[in-house]
Design a protein around this ligand. Structure first.
Ligand SMILES: NC(=O)C1=CN([C@@H]2O[C@H](COP(=O)(O)OP(=O)(O)OC[C@H]3O[C@@H](n4cnc5c(N)ncnc54)[C@H](OP(=O)(O)O)[C@@H]3O)[C@@H](O)[C@H]2O)[C@@H](O)CC1
Ligand SMILES: Nc1ncnc2c1ncn2[C@@H]1O[C@H](COP(=O)(O)OP(=O)(O)O)[C@@H](O)[C@H]1O
Ligand SMILES: [K+]
Length: 512
């Protein structure tokens, strides 16, 4: 599914002018298409429709819908929320509707009691206050209007965007319109697929507004919704004539006296994700303790430093093991000490295979971010919000509002892939794309779930799956296995290790 951003949509509209399209025609088409969807979905003749129009082009679309619904026999009232239209096209639409028997009321001048009464009798509300041009938050007046809309029992149809939702981030004001149906003009925009905003849209329909296909040429979809088809069209079936060497070697540098479980969970998850060999490089004590749970793993027992972490003196052994690895996972439960900082920096500088950095590996990098520019390998970072905040030195509040732009900029600047872990994980690819994940559940909000994800991504990358795909598909598989675990053990009771146990079921269901 192609999803275009606000500026890409503007570019597409501009391009269409080269093919004898006009902005006025586009608006007429948009409003007509929306009215047609409404007519197809519900009875309009004799119904009470109230159309809320802002001053911008979204409001202009609303004026067209009002005219078309009136022509279909509806009793129509237009509420101008911000006075007369401000754009040329919208002004023209105002001139067309003026002679009709459609009541045009100015929100500010109208008696609130009349509006309340009208809304109680209204069957269909059209929300044309703000479209793709909205950003930031609703002011008091618009919050009141949206509250009125959300408080009715009428069907609410949003044109292009439910008012109060920002197009490219999906960030919704807490009073944003909650629509029953949203009619997306020409293309899906990020808000139509982003988990944070999709709930405001209701059913989503795309309307052809007459933009010729050529106007879309050169516009690359930036947002990708990761689904079963995306994942399993990219994960090859195992060949009958293959051997363990065909599925790669993952070196997993993980664990410390304090965090032994992280080493076990990440190694186990990588094996369950199909890697041919997984080597756990950790302190002697961690390796000895982990062995009974990791019978299939290769152990690289290393010297332990004073604080229970992997000693820096182990660097030569690690670099030797790295030589014939097809992927490296580093950071799970490493602990942050002077030794592990030096170790991570040196390993990253020397690695040539794809690298996945998680947990303390990310914390270490945050202390010296420029290390990312001194590497010769492809890197995936898998930060949760707090780690992302450390990496970017931005507050979590800001990340919540705009993590797509921030993550994409970070990925571009440092040439890496960033898996932004959250209830809805989003992966910013170094390729400029954003991969949105929708699998997973709140039962996964437990220490250790992230180690499982890192292991899955590492296991996929070791098999030669490109890093962006390994990251995006890894998040999807992790969430789906988590959903199976929740069905079996409940969200309260499930454990991160049970996400690993359910991975085979995900593969089985998809013939892998
Ligand atoms: N291009 C075309 O011809 C076509 C466009 N089409 C339609 O146009 C829609 C886009 O229209 P649009 O760009 O005019 O923006 P729209 O969403 O109507 O509102 C913008 C106004 O709101 C303001 N504003 C923003 N945030 C605010 C806030 N927090 N609080 C207060 N004000 C705020 C903003 O102010 P500004 O950002 O300038 O400060 C501006 O004044 C699109 O979704 C589709 O429906 C179709 O007809 C096809 C042809
Ligand atoms: N509410 C939730 N819904 C879906 N996934 C979740 C939720 N909460 C956490 N997760 C997932 O669980 C994992 C937690 O990772 P992280 O916080 O790094 O854990 P740890 O480092 O303790 O293993 C992430 O992959 C995250 O996306
Ligand atoms: K709208």
């Amino acid at each position: 599914m192609v999803v275009v951003t606000n500026s890409q949509m503007k570019q597409i509209e501009e391009n269409s002018l080269k093919y004898s399209m006009s902005m006025k025609r586009l608006m007429e088409n948009a409003g007509s298409a929306a009215a047609m969807f409404i007519r197809r979905t519900m009875e309009v003749d004799g119904k009470f429709c109230t159309v809320f129009c802002g001053r911008g082009n979204n409001g202009g679309d609303g004026l067209v819908v009002a005219r078309k619904l009136y022509e279909s026999g509806a009793n129509v009232v237009v509420v101008l929320t911000d006075g007369d239209p401000a754009t040329d096209q919208a002004k023209e639409m105002m001139e067309l509707i003026a002679p009709m028997d459609v009541a045009l009321v100015y929100y500010e001048k109208e008696d609130p009691a009349y509006l309340k009464e009208r809304l109680e009798a209204t069957d269909i509300i059209v929300d044309a206050i703000y479209g793709t041009g909205f950003h930031g938050q609703l002011d008091e007046k618009h919050r009141k209007i949206c509250e009125l809309i959300n408080g009715t029992t009428a069907q609410v149809i949003a044109l292009d965007v439910p008012s109060g939702v920002t197009c490219d981030t999906g960030f919704a004001d807490e009073y944003a319109v909650i629509a029953d149906m949203t009619i997306a003009f020409d293309s899906y925009k990020p808000l139509h697929v982003l988990p944070v905003s999709v709930g405001y849209c209701g059913e989503i329909k795309t309307a052809d507004i007459g933009i010729p296909p050529q106007a879309h040429e050169g516009i690359e979809g930036q947002f990708i919704l990761v689904d079963n088809e995306f994942v399993f069209s990219r994960l090859p079936k195992r060949r009958r004539d293959s051997h363990k060497g065909s599925y790669g070697k993952l070196l997993n540098i993980a664990g410390s006296q304090k965090y032994m479980g992280a080493a076990i969970l990440s190694t186990m998850a990588a094996m369950r994700a199909g890697a041919g060999y997984v080597t756990l490089a950790s302190t002697k004590e961690v390796c000895r303790t982990a062995l009974p749970s990791l019978l299939e793993a290769v152990m690289l027992p290393l010297k332990q430093g004073k604080e229970g972490h992997i000693s820096y003196e182990s660097l030569p052994e690690i670099l030797e093991a790295l030589e014939n690895s097809t992927a490296l996972l580093i950071g799970n439960g490493l602990d942050v000490t002077q030794d592990t900082c030096r170790l991570v920096y040196e390993v990253l500088k020397n690695a040539k295979c794809p690298v996945i950095v998680d947990g303390d590996g990310i914390n270490v990098i945050s202390r010296n971010i420029d290390i990312l520019k001194q590497t010769n390998c492809n890197i995936v970072l898998t930060p949760h919000m707090k780690e992302l905040s450390r990496l970017t030195t931005l507050p979590i509040e800001q990340l919540k509002q705009d993590r797509y732009t921030i993550g994409a900029n970070f990925a571009r600047e440092y040439g890496c892939t960033v898996v932004m872990k959250d209830a809805y994980t989003a992966t910013a690819g170094a390729d400029g794309r954003m991969y949105i994940n929708t699998t997973g559940n709140a039962g996964m909000a437990k220490a250790g779930s992230g180690d499982v994800l890192a292991g899955i991504i590492g296991g996929l990358a070791a098999q030669g799956i490109d890093l962006v795909t390994a990251a995006a598909a890894g998040a999807y598989l992790h969430g789906l296995a988590g959903n199976y675990a929740a069905c079996k053990y409940s969200q309260y009771g499930m454990l991160p290790r049970e996400i690993i146990d359910q991975l085979p079921k995900v593969f089985l269901h998809n013939d892998r």
